[in-house]
Design a protein around this ligand. Structure first.
Ligand code: ZN
Length: 305
């Protein structure tokens, strides 16, 4: 089902490697929210030109909901093409300015993006005029402690980033690593519930209107996470491994134990929550991902489904 949106809102629904791109068009300049993963940047540019019909007038601004590689990966390429400024949340700006590859989950999580600089800072509590619509910038910490969501009260449309999807939300750090993340996740769900949004444009997946059931699923996940830090860690590592496989297409199964020992986020989450040997951790991740139908093993290679 296609959800009817105001005509100036164009959503390019992408996949798990690239976040959705939201183009807000107006005669005062077109604004793009989130730019996908770096490897897909040429395709994102193509989408802007073909489906977005960006012609001579180009793009006047790039905005990010938060600074993970699947949302900021096209920033540098698209900025170079359209010579437009990049605006991002206040809490993320220092990480981008010092290019903190650990806090940004870049090499720390074996993810990549082209470097760029911050031109404009977006503060929670402000209202932005994009696509001739007013968007309230609201703090949405949890999955990313500096994230913002954007809410248009007139049409009750929420651009939620990874704070709420139709089925879940972006991975969260276990309490042993980031004590504030899970409580913030719950508080962000409470904030979203109070908005009474009619339409959600998520960071991944189709635009949806069944907001109450989506919130119920997100709360159920949060309750399960609150009860079991190891579950939070396993979930995060599985999501990260699938992302890596989508990025690189495949990985020799035999390399996985060395990989989970080498890449910082696997090492840290394992040490804090799981206490497994690298071989045990690799076995656990493969077993659970195969059972979930997320990956398959073929000719001794791990392949994303
Ligand atoms: Zn994210």
């Amino acid at each position: 089902m296609t959800v009817p949106l105001p005509p100036q809102i164009h959503v390019f629904v992408r996949d798990w490697l690239s976040a959705n791109n939201i183009l807000l068009k107006s005669a005062n300049g077109h604004v793009l929210i989130d730019t996908g993963y770096v490897r897909h940047a040429p395709f994102t540019l193509k989408l802007l030109q073909s489906q977005g019909k960006l012609g001579e007038e180009g793009l006047s601004k790039i905005v990010n909901t938060h600074c993970h590689s699947d949302h900021i990966g096209g920033n540098a390429t698209i900025q170079r093409f359209y010579s437009c400024p990049i605006a991002l949340p206040e809490g993320e700006a220092p990480l981008i300015e010092r290019w903190d590859t650990k806090a940004l989950w870049l090499d720390y999580a074996d993810q990549h993006t082209d470097r760029f600089t911050v031109d404009e800072i977006l503060r929670a509590g402000t209202t932005q005029l994009w696509g001739n619509l007013e968007w309230q910038a609201i703090a949405a910490p949890g999955h990313d402690m500096g994230a913002l969501v954007f809410f248009n009260p007139e049409h009750r449309i929420l651009i939620s980033g990874d704070a709420l999807w139709e089925n879940g939300y972006g991975l969260v750090m276990p309490r042993a690593i980031e004590p504030a993340a899970l409580p913030a996740t719950r508080a962000t769900l409470d904030m979203i519930a109070a908005l009474d949004a009619r339409i959600v444009i998520p960071g991944h997946g189709e635009v949806f209107t069944d907001v109450a059931p989506a919130l119920a699923r997100a709360y159920a996940r949060t309750i399960a996470f609150e009860a079991d830090d190891a579950r939070v860690a396993r979930h995060a590592l599985k999501v990260l491994l699938v992302f890596r496989l989508l990025d690189k297409q495949r990985m020799p199964l035999a390399e996985l134990p060395a990989y989970v020992e080498r890449i910082g986020i696997y090492r840290d989450l394992n040490a804090a929550c799981l206490h497994l040997s690298p071989v045990q951790l690799a076995d656990l991740l493969v077993r659970e991902l195969v059972r979930a139908g997320a990956v398959s093993v073929k000719d001794e290679f791990l392949i994303p489904m």
